[in-house]
Design a protein around this ligand. Sequence first.
Ligand code: MIC
Ligand code: SF4
Length: 643
Amino acid sequence: MGMTIGQKLISSHLVSGDMTVGSEVGIKIDQTLTQDATGTMAYLEFEAMGTERVKTELSVAYIDHNTLQTGFENADDHRFIQSVAKKRGIRFSRPGNGICHQVHLERFGKPGKTLIGSDSHTPTGGGIGMLAMGAGGLDVAVAMGGGTYYITMPKMVRVNLTGKLSPWVAAKDIILEVLRIMTVKGGVGKIIEYGGEGVKTLSVPERATITNMGAELGATTSVFPSDEVTKAFLKAQNRGEDWIELKADDDAVYDEIIDIDLSSLAPMAAMPHMPDRVKSVTEIGEIKVDQVCIGSCTNSSLLDMMKVAAILKGKTVHPSVSLSIAPGSKQVLNMISQNGALSDMIDAGARILESACGPCIGMGQSPNSAGVSLRTFNRNFEGRSGTADAGVYLVSPEVAAVSALTGVLTDPRTLGEFPEIALPDEFTINDNMVELPASPEEADSVEVMYGPNIKPFPSSEPMEDDITAKAVLKVGDDITTDHIMPAGAKILPYRSNIPYLSQFCFGVCDKEFPERIKKEGKGIIIGGANYGQGSSREHAALVPLYLGVKAVITKSFARIHCANLINAGILPLNFKDSNDYDRIDQGDELSLKGIKNAIINNETAVLVNITKDEEYELKYELSKRQKDIILAGGLLNYTKMAF
Ligand code: MIC
Ligand code: SF4
């Protein structure tokens, strides 16, 4: 039987397991990436593991999230990461070089290779034919040390693209359509693979927009074939030798097939506060817009910027709109400055930001109260922009730029002729902002620089026989890691300071939570479906661990967060009958009696609700390895025991 692209990539890197859907497979990782908001923790963990030098083919540490330096904290963290990178054989992409995913696609991604990154949008690399996955920092640290990365063998979904996009309709609209069809839960446990005649009409940056935002489907990853278009992109990046062909076999079998006729798509928007609340721009209507932000790892490529510049050229941003633009990388910024496009943006009144995540992660540019912000980003979760009551709409660069001129949400097709833009035959290449590591001989003399903001990460204990604790918090469906551990300008600088971060845990849902669990000393969290979707930040597990969370019981989990809970030694459990969720109230006294033995012996776990005098059956999907990690009290303890 033929194989899909996803199956080919997994089988060529398979270390353990047998590729049966739902079972655990171990994969060899060729490349890793980190960014600074998750990187400090990943490198602290790497240092704790005691590995001298990375064992991957390539590891890159990017600085792109915490670039708003309002105190010493971020700069100290950058210096820490820079020093570890130099010592341990990791390339260091300096602040200013761009957003990790954009730069990685341009300069390092290779078709046929595996990549994990401590960021949920690592699947951007799928646009160039990589098996690229988001992971917790600890998993990335283990992979840097040469360790295997484990996933549940995913189902294969084929998105069949036919036809060609109409003028003014963009790659962003394709992924918004997929989100509309599949929802933010629809990709869990699946690889989304793109195929069909329509694929060759899409450039690599357009494909990367689609695989990037596949993260919002909850998918394990998304991937495009590596074809002539990929070859041309790599050649233009002066990396022609990195190309290999990669395609699905004709008789490959998929678990699910979705057909999308590109010619039938219209400009779309995801409405507040979820990326799957998608409607066409005309359906939503001409709502007044206060802010437009263009950039982020989803839409900050040269192609995106050139389109935006062409739309803005010779015009003026509407007086009631603030337009900010962050080109995705130094390469993009440099090229638009060389070819005059930057000047067109500046002239129209755009506020040009540095090449970094910026407003996407709430680092500045928070909208006005109850403001409407159109963003070319990938997430519009409540409060993420930094303004609690703002409404963020996710749109294509075309819709964003046109609406910035009109002041209302506008279907760009009303604007007339579409500016056709082609990718250049050669990109401007200068990797001078990527610092190479010290040679193994020189590495000894490199000192790792810890700043006062870096606090040790919380330790966890081997699992106890029973867990008895209150339901300290009960939350609903689709809780994101932004709810659990918010980001933003005020909090992000403390990503290496878990005690400080802990006071903001679940702040979006319940400000009293940290104090309440501290008083109790420990607790169990009750959650709905798709708990922990969104960011890969392991802080959403480490902070609850620090506060005393022993178990999280939900209707279902998102993949990366579930792995992070296990790595932290917090037990993830699911209701067997999801109606039992309704029977538990916050504050109920709960007991998981004999839970340790149940897990060791593969028996059903039972939750006793002491307050209500009821019992509920629970289930857990833990491989033998994951059980051992939980029993050891987390991956670090387990790794220390194993070596
Ligand atoms: C995000 O988009 O939420 C982030 C910030 O890039 C995160 C990582 C983080 O929280 O540091 C992600 O997507 O994994
Ligand atoms: Fe940065 Fe936003 Fe992309 Fe996350 S989604 S990596 S914050 S640009």
